[in-house]
Design a protein around this ligand. Structure first.
Ligand code: KIV
Ligand code: ZN
Length: 516
């Protein structure tokens, strides 16, 4: 079956918030998930897999809240093949204008024998029962055969046929362990189209993991063989080596229409914004040479390339930076730029902010322009996202001064905790250590620091530092972010942001633990 009467339209199913979040350390809180869902919707994602409601209260809540605010994209929740899972997912997605239940069960011999400890006939029964049950709640039901690429073909065809007869409208074939190679994966799609008699009643989908670095190649091979949905994540986030990267799939389809006469309806100019946001929220830095969104993806360093580019951009550029949301001239605004120019820049970067939010962002931009001569697109993105990410923080940095060098580093720090300002002085093995010790004195916690990472937003010694701090407490992991032209201020902001997130997590699991 094709989509919306256009046989060549590829449905983009984003699972950054579900499969992506399953990456160790990539946990996101509710506000962050809502923010990402909103950006995905603005970029035109067809289906947002918002979570796995049975897996935790937080996942249920995230799916439920996203379902309340997303109106254009379909909101999807994942379920195992049990009534309990499916019922809970149905409740979570209930407020959504367009809702999908995605139910899955393993079908490969290895998974059935060792993971499920079920006979194939029992698995087959579960397929029929789970899909039929899911259809009671919505007409949009997706069925996945986990470890599909290693499933015995006859059994795969039987299960797919049964799932469609039971009411599945999308049939997803996962390469769960990233084992398939492109011609093999394409052949599975072709086989299903040839052998499953009712296959024209469902959209075939590909869900590829990247263990051999082939997730995008396998997804595109599936599209060429007739799949019309791809499941993917921003920046290729996901368990182990990740999922297929959305930006790579979308831009490959757009750039190579000659070989793949298919298209998505993604607004590709939103790609950079989504990539930066997901990277900032998770602390998963995008490698500089990553296709499409890496810092060097559009850089032309070699003299011979630069010469070619000046004569004709097409000599070394197969897509324009603008098409993914980068402006060719990154030097944008300075100290003397006015509010109007700033508002236009925000629009160009994909932000649609209300008057008050623009006013706040403009004030912070002026402060930044006072200390940084040249303000680049990346600076503005960091500045706006930084504010959005800490909007609800209960603990805030008031002031910080650090002395360091050859003498023992000393920090003097003030924090606002629920409206009360407290101060502390302390020393440490280095400036970061001194500052973090002060925070711990003012706000005692057992949380362990798992990651401290500094990243320069742009080049130059006056660049803003973007810091990620990952804290872990009783199996709860949070990522805090902070950006500032002063690396130490950015570090403290990031630590404090992580503490705030921990507070929210504690609140949800044990309200009595709030008195830190
Ligand atoms: O990789 C996988 O098999 C999955 C399924 C749950 C779709 O994520
Ligand atoms: Zn997966």
């Amino acid at each position: 079956m094709s989509n919306n009467s256009d046989p060549n339209r590829v449905v983009i199913f984003d699972t950054t918030l579900r499969d992506g979040e399953q990456s160790p350390g990539a946990s996101m809180n509710l506000e962050e998930k809502l923010h990402i869902a909103q950006v995905l919707e603005e970029m035109g994602v067809d289906v947002i897999e918002a979570g796995f409601p049975i897996s935790s209260h937080g996942d249920f809540e995230a799916v439920h809240e996203i379902a309340k605010v997303v109106t254009e994209s379909t909101v999807c929740g994942l379920s195992r093949a049990t009534r309990g899972d499916i019922e809970l997912t149905a409740r979570a997605i209930e407020p959504a204008k367009r809702r999908r239940i995605h139910t899955f069960i393993s079908t490969s011999p290895l998974h059935m024998k060792y993971k499920l400890q079920m006979e194939p006939d029992a698995v087959y029964e579960k397929v029929v029962e789970s899909v039929g049950f899911a259809r009671r709640f919505t007409d949009d039901v997706e069925w996945s055969c986990e470890d599909g690429s290693r499933t015995e073909h006859d059994f795969l065809c039987r299960c797919v046929e049964a799932a469609i007869n039971a009411g599945a409208t999308t049939i997803n074939i996962p390469d769960t362990v990233g084992y398939a190679v492109p011609d093999e994966f394409a052949a599975i799609i072709t086989m299903l189209r040839e052998r499953v008699p009712n296959i024209d009643k469902a959209v075939i989908s590909a869900h590829c993991h990247n263990d051999l670095g082939l997730a995008v190649a396998n997804s595109l091979a599936a599209v060429q063989a007739g799949a019309r949905q791809v499941e993917c994540t921003i920046n290729g986030l996901g368990e182990r080596a990740g999922n297929a990267s959305m930006e790579e799939i979308v831009m490959a389809l757009k750039t190579r229409q000659d070989r793949m006469p298919c298209h998505s309806t993604i607004r590709t100019e939103h790609i950079m914004r989504a990539s930066r946001l997901v990277s900032a929220v998770t602390g998963f830095v995008v490698q500089p040479n990553k296709a499409i969104v890496g810092a060097n993806a559009f850089a032309h360093e070699a003299g011979i390339h630069q010469d070619g580019m000046l004569k004709h951009a097409g000599t070394y550029e197969i897509m324009t930076p603008e098409s993914v949301g980068l402006s060719r001239s990154k030097l944008v605004l300075g100290k003397h730029s006015g509010r109007h120019a700033f508002r236009e820049k925000l629009k160009e970067l994909g932000y649609e902010l209300g008057d008050n939010a623009v006013g706040d962002a403009f004030r912070r931009f002026k402060d930044l322009a006072d200390v940084k001569k040249e303000v680049f697109d990346e600076d503005i993105v960091a500045l706006v996202d930084d504010e959005v990410l800490r909007a609800n923080d209960r603990v805030k940095l008031v002031s910080l001064s650090i002395s360091c060098g050859t003498a023992k580093p000393e920090a003097v720090l003030e924090l606002d905790i629920d409206g009360k300002v407290s101060a502390c002085e302390g020393s440490g093995d280095g400036p970061v250590d001194a500052a973090f010790k002060c925070i711990k004195q003012l706000f005692p916690t057992e949380a362990k620091l798992q990651l401290y990472q500094v990243h320069a937003v742009t080049g130059g010694t006056d660049a803003q530092a973007e810091v990620t701090v990952r804290l872990e407490e009783n199996d709860r992991t949070v990522n805090g972010q902070g950006a500032d032209t002063d690396t130490m201020v950015a570090s403290v902001k990031a630590y404090v942001n992580a503490l705030n997130k921990l507070l929210v997590k504690r609140e949800k699991t044990a309200p009595s633990a709030l008195s830190a």
